[in-house]
Write a protein that binds this ligand. Structure first.
Ligand code: FES
Length: 153
């Protein structure tokens, strides 16, 4: 059965089985490369995308459960918050291998969408369940603070 999806403002279709994780559908059928397979069990955050603005772990989100509009990091050029995060992550050199970064940025976007001036503790809490194996957490936090500073100016 064909499923219709809205991904970054564009209509997409998938013939995947209804239990297929959204992550596979995005990567295989929707030309999305940003969301990554890390743990596959909802624990690392590398597969994070937004559905109607809410962060979800796409590796454990079955296709049949997706009802809203999906946003991924590919939309950063058209999104003020993701754009600020993108520039800040580059400026702070917050990426080492980069595998986790899309998930980090999408999670950070949900925070900054609600709170343009979060405290360091609020950033840490928001990112608490996104893992980085390279250990660039300090730079990631700095980058989010820098993006927040720009957005709240
Ligand atoms: Fe989805 Fe780790 S791959 S949370």
């Amino acid at each position: 059965m064909t499923t219709n999806l809205m991904v970054n403002g564009k209509n997409r279709t998938s013939d995947a089985e209804k239990k297929t994780p959204l992550l596979y559908v995005l990567r295989n059928d929707c030309d999305i490369n940003s969301a990554k397979y890390g743990c596959g069990v909802g624990q690392c955050g590398s597969c994070t995308v937004l559905i109607d603005g809410k962060a979800v772990r796409s590796c454990i989100t079955p296709l049949e459960s997706v009802k809203g509009s999906i946003t991924t990091l590919e939309s950063y050029e058209n999104d003020r918050v993701l754009n600020a995060l993108n520039r800040a992550f580059i400026k702070e050199q917050a990426v080492q291998c980069g595998y986790c970064i899309s998930g980090m940025m999408m999670t950070a976007k949900t925070l900054l969408d609600k709170n343009k001036n979060p405290s360091l503790d609020q950033i840490k809490t928001a990112l608490n369940n996104n893992l980085c194996r390279c250990g660039t957490h300090t730079r990631i936090l700095k980058a989010i603070q820098l993006a927040a500073k720009e957005l709240s100016a």
